[in-house]
Design a protein. Structure first.
Length: 239
């Protein structure tokens, strides 16, 4: 009963806060992008507080020294909604590569669109890739971090899916380092689960993969390193 009560309070606080802030701060959608970022950061800081205070869920970051200043590709594992709530807290003003249909969600999607994400329509194939690369070049020119989930979707901690070619295309086009981002969020915040487990999520940044390598070599280094580190973090969380 205590677990379900905690989950009920947590979800009520999370979605209630999201609804209230989204409506109250709607005028910031008319401001330059920095005004929208203020609302996004305000929302996410309080989400993190709700996680700690009600859900008993905190996080720690390992390997921050591996994240370079300026433009870089952050290739992150994607196990739950948790990490999507931390990207702006970690990187300040990242551009997240995501499915275009997310920006059509009423109100919440408007904030996404105005925050400077890279929204792609996967159904358009080569055209979507070209649009992604064009937007990514603009992001890199601004010195911002570009975050991509190389497997393309959320997966349970013990699931595997081959890495997609989008991260390789970005690597070749942008000439910036790729930083693998391992995590174990799915242990505590399972995909599509009402109940979240208390504990400490670990985010670990691995040493950057330098630009200029053959695409196939970069992809192998990324997948081998990121999968091994993630499974290690999952095992540690399950002890």
């Amino acid at each position: 009963m205590k677990t379900w009560l905690r989950a009920l309070l947590f979800n009520a606080a999370l979605y209630g806060w999201t609804a209230i802030l989204s409506l109250v701060m709607m005028p910031t959608l008319l401001l330059p992008r920095r005004g929208v970022l203020f609302t996004v950061h305000l929302w996410l800081r309080h989400v993190a507080w709700i996680e700690r205070a009600i859900g008993g869920l905190d996080y720690k970051v390992v390997g921050w020294e591996n994240v370079p200043e300026g433009a870089a590709i952050i290739a992150s594992k994607h196990q739950s909604a948790w990490e999507t709530f931390k990207l702006h807290l970690l990187f300040g003003d990242p551009a997240v590569v995501l499915k275009k249909n997310l920006v059509y969600i009423p109100i919440w999607g408007w904030y996404l669109a105005r925050s400077g994400v890279v929204a792609i329509d996967r159904a358009k194939g080569a055209q979507a890739l070209a649009q992604m690369l064009k937007a990514a070049r603009e992001v890199a020119a601004e010195g911002r971090k570009l975050v991509i989930f190389p497997q393309g979707t959320r997966l349970p901690p013990d699931a595997y899916r081959p890495y997609k070619g989008g991260v390789g295309a970005l690597y070749e086009a942008l000439n910036v380092p790729v930083v693998p981002m391992a995590l174990n969020s799915g242990v505590f915040w399972p995909r599509n689960s009402f109940v979240k487990k208390p504990g400490t999520v670990t985010v670990e940044f691995l040493p950057p993969i330098p630009p200029g390598l053959p695409r196939a070599e970069m992809m192998k280094r990324l997948e081998d390193g990121l999968e091994a580190a993630t499974q290690r973090l999952v095992r540690e969380a399950n002890k």
